[in-house]
Design a protein around this ligand. Sequence first.
Ligand code: GDP
Length: 313
Amino acid sequence: MLRFLRPKDKEKTDRAVEKTRKAWFGRVTTMLRGARLDESLWDDLEEILISADTGVATTQVLLGRVRQRVIDEGADHTESVLAFLKDEMVAILAAAEADGAKTDGSEQNPLVLLVVGVNGVGKTTSIAKLTQLYKKEGKKVILGAADTFRAAAIEQLQSWGHRLDADVIAHRPDADPGAVAFDTLQAAKARGADVVIIDTAGRLHTKVNLMEEIKKIQRVLARRKEGRNQRVLLALDATTGQNGLHQAHAFVDALSCDGAILAKLDGTAKGGVVVAIAYELKLPVLYIGTGEQPDDFAAFDPREFVDALFGES
Ligand code: GDP
């Protein structure tokens, strides 16, 4: 039985959202200390949230809920607005986690993780990070290089496999990704692997073909008993903000994604996108990328994230 490994790391989360905190959410904290609760305050809040890439729709829903609570609870102090805002953000993030609750179900070995996402978002690096996470727990990890479209992708995965001491199953460039996935599963069975991580292609300009290719990999895997404990993780690049969200829709609409890995959160001041991912895609963010090294990875925790965003009060 193998569940998702989700080690929390407050310090890494704090560091990863530093830019976003300094540019935007820290300002909200300062602004809501001692300000007057008037209409201009709501306008300022809206502007800051949208600037931090929380998204127009998500921002409006979020502030709508906060305003309602101010009315319902007769709050007359901006400190209450801050508390409500944080609570409602956590609620949106936690609701997405609850929707994706099946992700934590305990099932049989191996755990098969299909990592999908557009080229360049940080997919391969995130696979390396997942590998490191499971290896540290003493799990045997095997990687499948099913992005056969780019020779460089195969080499990159092999190089991570070598560095992290994990077997990589690869075919020639242009080989059938389904065949790579099948062989990876065979190898996993023969070698007693606990976790199988499959890299997939990410050429979005051939969207329909790409989704069909990924679905085919899923079918090939599901035909075998060892391939049934499948999870699809969507890798997203935090630095691409609302654009990335748009691309993510293509995956979420076509595939049943179990959760997101938000890479490069450390590289953006627009970390509000996390809330938009949860609200608009109904997708739980499971992990955040906090740097370029295999250890620069943390499990996402809604309350920890929101506290880190606004800074310690
Ligand atoms: P892929 O094409 O989606 O497989 O993307 P890669 O894994 O090759 O990553 C693209 C670039 O983003 C590389 O330079 C990575 O080092 C960098 N990268 C990936 N994840 C993170 C992260 O969490 N933080 C930072 N700062 N850089 C990252």
